[in-house]
Ligand binder design. Structure first.
Ligand code: SIN
Ligand code: CO
Length: 373
């Protein structure tokens, strides 16, 4: 694989082998001349709505405070030590989406979102660790990062933020616009703004086994099939009526042990789970949708693109989109894989689509999951 400008002078394969999940990497000038993609006003407007998740963290007078959005008002710009953080900016802005997609040398199943923070001088969220990998791209001004690999991840009790009780930084780095720092999960860090500062965090998702396990069992509840009902033709009279009969227990255990989790079950669960839109994501279809015939003609001219908010994944013959799954045949699979990987379908690729695919694409277009290219 070619070198990726984002990663400096190493290839994605070298990055994954030597740094990913292992150790930090500072890339000076990862994006030369990088400037904020959104104005501060646009970011503050987003933070004021309830579509985007936002937070305001202040450290006024040595006291940490955290406020969850929507943020109707921000502290004055000339006041030091405050940070506004906006999650999932990629869902709202095409340039932010394009930046996040530059990290698609990593699977969509792992890529999460682009968070943007704006801080005034001295602002930061304190020494902490994240449970996820992160790329911290400096977008405006400077930020001083102190980082360390410490094992002691004890947090200070009673604070509104997760702050490490015993932060022991090992490196001290000042990032300029365009510089990017990769940190593996659980790596201690503290970023402090030097003057007005914007940092873009490209975040990843690492669901816990507990979360996946609970989700899987809920999913299986909808699909297990255990016909029949407990029967006891040989029941004997009892002088301990409150005791649950042993036979009832063993019979149920035998029945439950018939439930088997196949790889297909796990695939479908995982695909639906990973493609499920977040709770604050809503789709809007076109106000005046074309008829299916006109839609086909339009795609033949312009192609089709997935909406920024759409998560489309596949594995084997299963295709997943926004929490839904379906099995497809070989020819349809080829078309839908192109759409999932490129997030767009060219007119000539669409020409090969079966009626089933056309019908699915038309529904996604009506629901706002896909748009004319
Ligand atoms: C920030 O951008 O202020 C915080 C990012 C982080 O430490 O994860
Ligand atoms: Co962090």
């Amino acid at each position: 694989m070619k070198k990726l400008p984002l990663l400096g002078d190493i290839t994605p394969a070298q990055f994954l082998r030597d740094y990913w999940h292992k150790k930090p990497l500072l890339i000076r000038n990862a994006i030369p001349g990088f400037k904020p993609l959104l104005s501060l006003d646009a970011l503050a407007k987003l933070a004021a709505t309830n579509h985007a998740e936002s937070r305001l963290v202040t450290g006024f007078d040595g006291q940490w405070s955290l406020q969850h959005g929507p943020l109707a008002e921000l502290p004055p710009r000339d006041k030091q030590q405050w940070t506004m953080l906006v999650q999932g900016v990629n869902l709202f802005d095409a340039k932010a989406d394009a930046l996040l997609r530059q990290f698609r040398f990593l699977p969509d199943a792992r890529l999460d979102d682009l968070m943007i923070s704006f801080a005034t001088d001295g602002g930061g969220v304190g020494p902490h660790f994240d449970s996820y990998d992160v790329f911290l791209l400096q977008a405006q001004g400077q930020r001083r990062w102190r980082i360390g690999k410490q094992k002691d991840l004890t947090l200070i009790d009673g604070l509104p933020l997760k702050i490490l009780a015993n932060f022991e930084p090992e490196e001290d780095l000042v990032l300029n616009p365009g510089d990017m720092l990769y940190l593996p999960p659980q790596y201690a860090h503290d970023g402090i703004a030097i003057g007005d500062c914007q940092t873009y965090s490209i975040g990843f998702r690492l669901p816990s086994y507990q979360e996946l396990g609970e989700g899987f069992l809920q999913f299986m509840a909808d699909s297990i099939d255990l016909p029949g009902r407990y029967e006891d033709p040989d029941l004997k009279a009892t002088d301990k009526p409150a005791e649950i009969p042993r036979q009832m227990l063993t019979d149920l255990a035998d029945e439950l042990n018939k439930v088997r989790f196949t790889e297909e079950d796990i695939t479908i669960f995982l695909g639906e789970y990973l493609s499920e839109p977040k709770h604050n994501v809503f789709f809007t279809g076109p106000a005046k949708p074309l008829t299916v015939g006109k839609f086909g003609e339009a795609v033949m001219k312009k192609g089709l693109v997935l909406s920024r908010k759409t998560q489309m994944l596949y594995r084997g013959k299963n295709v997943f989109i926004n929490g839904e799954s379906f099995g497809v045949g070989k020819a349809d699979k080829a078309t839908l894989e192109l759409l999932a990987n490129n997030r767009r379908l060219e007119p000539e690729e669409f020409a090969a689509a079966s009626d089933d695919v056309l019908e699915a694409l038309y529904t996604w277009y009506q629901d706002g999951w896909a748009e004319l290219g």
